[in-house]
Design a protein around this ligand. Structure first.
Ligand SMILES: [Zn+2]
Length: 531
C-alpha cells in the first residue's frame, strides 16, 4: 500500500475513549458495544477528515487491551501456518488477476479452484479435497467469527476475513454451502478500489458506465431533500459499487451532510460516510430472524444519530423495509438496494416486504414523490479489450443469428464497421497465456473490465398516481411511452453501437436486445389489435 504521510503522524486516542478503542497504523479498533458511541463516531470522523483512517475494526475489549502493549501486539502477529499461507496465496493470485470471486468446489475426492474475472468463471487449479479442506479451515479460523471452530459443510457459513489480506483488499466475504457432491466455498474479494481491470484512479458514475444523462438523473435524485432511492439487480450486478460512488459524490458536493451507512457488513470504505456494521457475525449459522431484528434495530438507532443521508446496504425483509420507509418519510434521504429485475419491479418488491411486516396498504405512502425519489436497475456487462477487438463487418459469424437479427431490428441503420466483436486474445486481456492455444482456452479472451448498464426512473406524481390506481405495469408503460423511459437493453445497445461491448456478450448478460421504443410499439399494436 502506498504510504499515506498522515499515517506516520502520531495520533492519540482521546483519554476518555482510551478504554473503548485503540488506534494503530491507520486502523481504529473499537469495542463491539461501543460502535454506536457518539464520541467514538466523532473521533472516527476526525480521523477520516485527516485522511488517517484506513479502516475500522470491531473487536473485543480484551483484544483492545492486548493491542495496547507492544509485545502482545507483536505476538499476535504469529507466523501463519502453511495452509493459511496457501489460502492467502490464492487471494494474492486473485488480486493479481483482478478476480471478483474465488470459488472452491468440492466434488468427491477433488477440489477445483475457479476465479471469476470480468464476469467469467474459469478453472485455475485442482487439488485433493482433503488438502482443500485444510486450506479452507485455516482461512475460516482466521476469519472475524469469534471462536471459529474447524470448518465443515454441515451448516451454511457466512463469515468475513479482514486480517492478513493482500494490501488491495479491504476484506473477503466467505460463504459456504453443502452440495450433492460435497460443497462449495465462495470468497468475494472486496477491493479498496473498484475491482475492474479498466478503471483508473479517478472514478465517478460515468466511468462506472452510466451515461451523462443517467448520471444527471442520479445527481438530481441525490439532491432531493428526502425519500427512498432504490438500486436493484441480482447479486454481483455492482449495486454496492454504485452506492459507494453515489454517496462519495454526495459527500463531495454536500460536505455539510451527515452520511451514515448500515451494512451487514460494510462492503467498501466510503469516503465521507460513517459506516455502521450490523452485529450479527457472532454465530456461524445464518439466523435469519436474528439478523433481520438486528438490522431493523441498527436502522432505528442510527436515526437517533441525526443523519441527513442514510444508506441501508440491503432491504431483504419486512423489518428493515418498515425501518427504511420510516426514515424516508421522516425527512431523510435513504439509499438502499433490493433484489429485483427491473427498476419498477423494485416497487413491487418493497410493497411485498412491507406487507410481510404487517402494513396493510403501503401504496398510498410509497406513491408520493416525497417518499419515493428514485429507482435504478443495473447489470454489469463485460467490456471488449480495445487492443484486440475486431469489426463485426469482417466477422459476422462471431455472433448468433438471433442476436444479429435483434440488433438490426433495434438499430435499423446499424453500421457493422463500428460494431466490434471479441478478438482472439492478446497480452492485455489474457496476460497469463503464453501460447495462442492458451489464449483460445481462456474464456476471458478479448474481454477487459466491465461496465454498468442501467435503467433509471425518476418518478413524478403522475407516474406514481398511475402506479397507485392502475398498477405498476401501467405506470411502466406510461413511463416508457410518455417519459421517454430507457430500459437496460437500450443502454447495452448504446454500448454495442459505440464499439465498447460485444453484441453476443451483451445478450448473454442482459437478455434480448429489445429497445424501449420497440416495447412501446409492440404494446401499442397489441392494444389496437385487441380493439
Ligand atoms: Zn485483448
Amino acid at each position: 500500500m502506498a504510504a499515506n504521510p498522515m499515517q506516520t503522524l502520531p495520533i492519540s486516542v482521546p483519554a476518555d475513549l482510551a478504554a473503548k478503542c485503540h488506534f494503530d497504523e491507520g486502523v481504529l479498533y473499537v469495542a463491539s458495544d461501543s460502535v454506536l458511541d457518539p464520541k467514538i463516531i466523532d473521533f472516527e470522523m476526525r480521523l477520516q477528515r485527516m485522511g488517517a483512517l484506513r479502516r475500522k475494526e470491531q473487536t473485543s475489549l480484551a483484544d483492545i487491551n492486548a493491542r495496547k502493549t507492544p509485545k502482545a501486539a507483536a505476538e499476535s502477529r504469529i507466523a501463519a501456518g502453511q495452509e493459511l499461507r496457501t489460502a492467502l496465496a490464492f487471494l494474492d493470485q486473485g488480486v493479481k488477476m483482478k478476480a471478483s470471486d474465488i470459488h472452491f468446489m468440492f466434488r468427491g475426492p477433488v477440489m477445483e479452484v475457479k476465479f471469476r474475472v470480468d464476469g467469467f468463471l474459469d478453472q485455475y487449479a485442482e487439488m485433493p479435497s482433503e488438502e482443500g479442506m485444510r486450506i479452507i479451515s485455516a482461512l475460516y479460523v482466521s476469519s472475524d467469527v469469534k471462536n471459529a471452530g474447524s470448518f465443515s459443510f454441515n451448516a451454511p457459513i457466512a463469515a468475513r476475513v479482514s486480517k492478513g489480506l493482500p494490501d488491495n483488499l479491504y476484506a473477503v466475504r466467505f460463504a459456504s454451502m453443502k452440495s450433492d457432491a460435497g460443497g462449495v466455498v465462495v470468497l468475494r474479494l472486496l477491493y479498496n478500489a473498484v475491482a475492474s481491470r479498466s478503471y483508473d484512479n479517478k472514478i465517478d458514475l460515468v466511468t462506472l458506465g452510466f451515461s451523462e444523462e443517467q448520471a444527471r438523473l442520479l445527481w438530481d435524485m441525490a439532491a432531493a431533500p428526502n425519500g427512498l432511492i432504490v438500486i436493484d439487480g441480482p447479486t454481483g450486478s455492482g449495486k454496492s459499487t454504485t452506492l459507494k460512488y453515489a454517496l462519495q459524490w454526495v459527500h463531495e458536493h454536500y460536505p455539510q451532510f451527515n452520511i451514515l451507512t448500515v451494512e451487514d457488513p460494510p462492503e467498501y470504505p466510503i469516503v465521507g460516510a460513517q459506516q455502521i456494521p450490523v452485529l450479527v457475525q457472532d454465530s456461524d449459522v445464518e439466523d435469519l430472524s436474528a439478523r433481520s431484528r438486528a438490522y431493523g434495530n441498527v436502522i432505528n438507532t442510527t436515526l437517533r444519530l441525526d443523519p441527513d443521508i442514510l444508506m441501508v446496504g440491503e432491504i431483504r425483509d419486512g423489518v428493515s423495509a418498515i425501518s427504511a420507509l420510516r426514515a424516508a418519510i421522516t425527512g431523510h434521504r435513504l439509499w438502499t438496494t433490493v433484489h429485483a429485475n427491473d427498476a419498477w419491479e423494485a416497487v413491487n418488491r418493497i410493497i411485498d416486504l412491507l406487507r410481510e411486516a404487517g402494513m396493510v396498504d403501503p401504496m398510498p405512502v410509497l406513491a408520493n414523490t416525497q417518499n419515493l425519489t428514485g429507482l435504478i436497475a443495473q447489470r454489469l456487462v463485460p467490456l471488449l479489450c480495445p487492443n484486440c477487438k475486431r469489426p463485426l463487418s469482417e466477422h459476422p459469424d462471431a455472433i448468433e443469428q438471433q442476436t444479429l437479427e435483434e440488433l438490426m431490428a433495434a438499430v435499423p441503420n446499424l453500421d457493422p464497421h463500428r460494431v466490434f466483436v471479441r478478438g482472439p486474445g492478446c497480452k492485455h486481456c489474457v496476460p497469463m497465456a503464453d501460447t495462442a492455444e492458451q489464449m483460445r482456452a481462456d474464456s476471458r479472451r478479448g474481454i477487459l473490465g466491465r461496465t454498468v448498464v442501467a435503467e433509471i426512473v425518476r418518478p413524478d406524481q403522475t407516474l406514481l398516481d398511475i402506479a397507485r390506481s392502475k398498477g405498476i405495469p401501467d405506470a411502466r408503460r406510461f413511463w416508457l411511452k410518455h417519459r421517454n423511459g430507457k430500459v437496460i437493453a437500450d443502454n447495452a445497445i448504446e454500448k454495442i453501437v459505440g464499439g465498447l461491448v460485444d453484441p453476443q456478450v451483451a445478450r448473454d448478460f442482459v437478455g434480448p436486445l429489445i429497445t424501449a421504443a420497440q416495447i412501446v410499439a409492440g404494446s401499442d399494436s397489441e392494444l389496437s389489435g385487441g380493439v
